[in-house]
Design a protein. Structure first.
Length: 198
């Protein structure tokens, strides 16, 4: 009789566990924590305002470039990461195709080297800081090649927001505070783009 009671309880527990798994309550893909990596655009982002319901870690660093992401190798292991990096590197790329391709290879290696379970990767934003409109073709080409490079990866979602920040041949200045850093409206665009994918 005792054995029957134990078996009966075990069966009930197994049924409850199956029901719990079926509802997704134990789904390993549930996102509750987001690690943000990037430059001053990330560092200045009030993440708590836009991502209520998530635990956010802000690893943004003013002036950061791809070398900063390389220094964080493995830092997002087992977590979900949000990455926006590259704008500070753009002035140093002279625009030759071979130089752009080398940068893109390094860029993709650095981003995937974070070891994240899943990475939400923003395109590099257009910039016109101190009249740098000439950088837009280079930024567009880097974005195109990065998008191609991560297209087949199940662990990366590419957020192509560049077109949302341009107006004609230049920036949509309403989304910027100083032609490089973002206004509240610019952060709203970033947040909507990311939240639509979470």
């Amino acid at each position: 009789m005792k054995a029957y009671g134990i078996i009966s309880r075990l069966r009930a527990a197994a049924i409850a566990l199956v029901a719990l798994l079926a509802t997704g309550a134990c789904d390993d893909n549930d996102i509750s924590e987001l690690t943000f990596v990037g430059d001053s655009i990330i560092a200045r982002w009030d993440l708590d305002e836009y991502f209520t319901g998530y635990v956010t870690v802000n690893l943004g660093k003013s002036g950061a470039g791809i070398d900063y992401v390389e220094s964080l190798k493995g830092r997002a292991a087992g977590r979900d990461a949000v990455v926006m990096i590259g704008t500070n590197d753009m002035a140093g790329i002279r625009g030759s195709q071979s130089e752009i391709e080398l940068y893109v290879s390094r860029y993709v290696d650095a981003v995937t080297g974070l070891g994240a379970r899943h990475t939400y990767l923003y395109s590099i934003l257009p910039r016109d800081f101190k009249g740098e409109v000439s950088l837009l073709p280079t930024i567009s080409e880097v974005n195109r090649l990065v998008k191609e490079a991560v297209a087949g990866r199940a662990d990366v979602t590419y957020l192509d927001v560049y077109p949302l920040f341009v107006d004609g041949d230049g920036l949509d200045y309403a989304l910027y505070s100083d032609r490089l850093h973002l206004s509240a409206a610019g952060y709203e665009v970033l947040a909507k783009s990311l939240l639509s994918q979470l």
